[in-house]
Design a protein around this ligand. Structure first.
Ligand SMILES: Cc1cc2nc3c(=O)[nH]c(=O)nc-3n(C[C@H](O)[C@H](O)[C@H](O)COP(=O)(O)OP(=O)(O)OC[C@H]3O[C@@H](n4cnc5c(N)ncnc54)[C@H](O)[C@@H]3O)c2cc1C
Length: 301
């Protein structure tokens, strides 16, 4: 269960007590604040706090005395300009603090994004919950034959059933041993910091993760991408929904220039120019490798 009834009651209490403030608030984000959004079988993301909105990006860009807003259209144009020209520091003026519950193997990918502040649940101090990520059958896929870093068709039949049973049984056995080792009933009980080494990488952990909007966009660009592993991508996609409501103009520019856009090499631009002049360019005459050509064709369709 991602959120227990007690935890939900705490969230409801927080949401029932709005505070007046002079600070800039984003109505779209206020609707999300504290709420938990389920991800995978036991995980979630929820916004704990945030700073800034679209206007704060413009305010910083103009180093303004007031809110920095000229008009929504002006602001959107400015934000698109900043995004287009990699003028990134105004986006760093907005921050978000998330509470995330995620499997340890996803956390290992996530923590590679060094430009965030993290505080993780202490498994030295606390006892980890008996919660493991078990993929839904459609995500229990075979190794991809075309991409060493990906997966192919879903497993089927006996193999799917056997793999699922291994995942469940191994996690249950490891947790039983963990619980037995830390127990102090009739024994000394192994330290929690040691007993945890027996737990599998699909056990859930939790952390608070604070990041500015520029670095969040970098994270989302990489992890909401179709090439990212499904299990981290679903977290990124859930965060995207929140960010779209928080800073709609900045998110729109990000979607257009970063998620929807592509970087072309000098050779690729040369090929586009030759194609526009009517020349039939092939991989052999492009000057690009097969991989580069495949990706280039993927971009220009
Ligand atoms: C599809 C995919 C596959 C991957 N496969 C692997 C893999 O096989 N093995 C593996 O180890 N990792 C892998 N990674 C992780 C990847 O290499 C990066 O570590 C991760 O995406 C974080 O990116 P980042 O360093 O740009 O982000 P951040 O750590 O948030 O840094 C943002 C930017 O800040 C700058 N920066 C931050 N810290 C430093 C620093 N100390 N020195 C210099 N510049 C810095 C860099 O410009 C960096 O791009 C993979 C990532 C993806 C998306």
């Amino acid at each position: 269960m991602p959120i227990t009834p007690d935890q939900q009651a705490e969230i409801d209490t927080l949401r029932a007590q709005p505070q007046p403030t002079l600070r800039a608030t984003a109505p779209g984000m206020e609707a999300h604040l504290y709420n938990a959004y389920d991800v995978l079988d036991h995980g979630f993301i929820r916004v704990i706090d945030y700073m800034g909105d679209d206007a704060a990006i413009c305010q910083a860009a103009r180093v303004s005395y007031g809110r920095g807003t000229k008009s929504v259209q002006n602001d959107e144009g400015l934000i698109r300009y900043l995004m287009r020209h990699w003028h990134s520091t105004p986006f760093e003026m907005c921050e978000i603090k998330l509470h995330v519950k995620l499997p340890v193997f996803v956390a290992r990918q996530w923590i590679r994004h060094r430009t965030a502040n993290v505080n993780e649940y202490s498994a030295r101090y606390s006892i980890l919950d008996r919660e493991f990520y078990i993929p839904a059958p459609e995500h229990l896929a075979a190794q991809s034959v075309i991409n060493n870093q990906g997966r192919g068709e879903a497993l089927s039949g006996d193999e799917a059933a056997r793999v699922l049973a291994y995942l469940k049984d191994d996690a249950a056995r490891c947790y039983d041993h963990y619980a037995e080792m830390i127990s102090d009933e009739g024994q000394q009980g192994l330290a929690r910091e040691l007993a945890r080494m027996n737990l599998p990488a699909n056990i859930y952990t939790q952390w608070y993760w604070k990041v500015d909007l520029h670095n969040l966009f970098h994270f989302l660009r990489l992890r909401a991408d179709s090439h990212a592993q499904y299990e981290i991508r679903v977290y990124a996609e859930e965060i995207c929904k929140v960010v779209a409501d928080w800073v709609p103009a900045a998110y729109g520019a990000f979607e257009d220039y970063r998620m929807g856009g592509a970087t072309l090499s000098g050779k690729a631009i040369d090929c586009v120019k030759r194609m526009l002049k009517g020349e039939e360019v092939t991989q052999e005459t492009s000057g690009m490798s097969k991989g580069e050509w495949r990706e280039f064709m993927g971009v220009i369709g």
